[in-house]
Design a binder for this molecule. Structure first.
Ligand SMILES: [Ca+2]
Ligand SMILES: [Ca+2]
Ligand SMILES: [Ca+2]
Length: 282
């Protein structure tokens, strides 16, 4: 009998181990951010790209991925780190996807995205703050206005970038419009391990500032990306063209003067040929 029970126990044990081992979610992701664990594990600092001593693949508030839209370094890594507003609330990253702006219906006028855009979706599974506050409206009566949590977001690049001309754009997919979020974004250079990195930080209020879904629903949608003016590149291209244009007339003037001198010389020679034979005959 003991052998029979042992046999059944081994079968159940193997079945349980098999279920755990081949569970796609356990193997492929390990957290909520929808980035494969293999990608987060391959990031700098042995898969701990935000240097908090916890593997990013096990952190739902840290998402690390490669950024193919980085025009300087398509294999570079970028991390999103979020901070819940209060102890006990538990915001998590559901999506952190690099987005090629060229795939969107439109692009902002006069600017380009040097590192692409990022589609960010967050949610709070517990202790999300959904509240109402009273505000005086334009008619001097009082409205109940819904307010939600404020979540702090941090975009960490893997190196120092030239941000001198950056403005940060938000995209509203409902209206297909961009707006400048720069006044609410802090750009800094911070040390991670022994490497200096460019970091963008900003706040988003659920249902308020920066939340594309516009409602207090314990979810935040935040498409965002830094831009540089196209004029910067255009100016650089215009400069040599302008030099060419300026040098053109200079060369043309020199050629014109030479032609005039040659023409005068030809005329003088022709005149001499015509005049001297007549003098010789006299
Ligand atoms: Ca980490
Ligand atoms: Ca993660
Ligand atoms: Ca929301």
């Amino acid at each position: 009998m003991r052998g029979k029970y042992l046999y059944k126990f081994v079968i159940v044990l193997l079945f349980a181990v098999g279920l755990i081992s081949f569970s796609p979610s356990a193997l492929a992701y390990g957290d909520s951010d929808n980035i494969p664990s293999s990608v987060e594990s391959a990031s700098p600092n042995a898969g701990d790209n935000n240097y908090d001593s916890i593997p990013d693949k096990k952190q739902s508030d840290v998402a690390t991925t490669t950024n193919p839209n980085d025009t300087e370094a398509p294999d570079s890594y970028v991390s999103l780190e979020i901070t819940s507003p209060e102890e006990g609330s538990n915001w998590q990253i559901d999506e952190f996807n690099p987005v090629d702006p060229a795939t969107l219906p439109s692009q902002p006028d006069g600017t380009v995205f040097p590192v692409g855009m990022f589609d960010v979706k967050l949610s709070c599974k517990q202790s999300c703050w959904q509240n109402e506050v009273s505000r005086v409206n334009e008619l001097d009566s009082v409205d109940a206005v819904a307010t939600g949590d404020t979540v702090h977001l941090k975009l960490i690049f893997d190196r120092v970038l030239d941000t001198s001309k950056w403005t940060t754009q938000k995209y509203d997919p409902a209206t297909d419009t961009y707006y400048d979020y720069s006044p609410y974004v802090t750009i800094s250079t911070q040390l991670y391990g022994s490497t200096l990195r460019t970091v963008l930080e900003w706040d988003v209020v659920d249902g308020g500032l920066g939340d594309a879904d516009g409602v207090v629903n314990c979810q935040i949608s935040d498409p965002i990306g830094p831009t540089v003016p196209i004029a910067t590149t255009t100016t650089a291209l215009i400069v040599p063209a302008a030099k060419t244009t300026v040098s053109g007339p200079t060369l043309a003037n020199t050629g014109l003067g030479t032609n005039i001198l040659i023409s005068i010389a030809v005329l003088l020679i022709a005149a001499a040929v015509v005049i001297f034979p007549k003098r010789a005959q006299q």
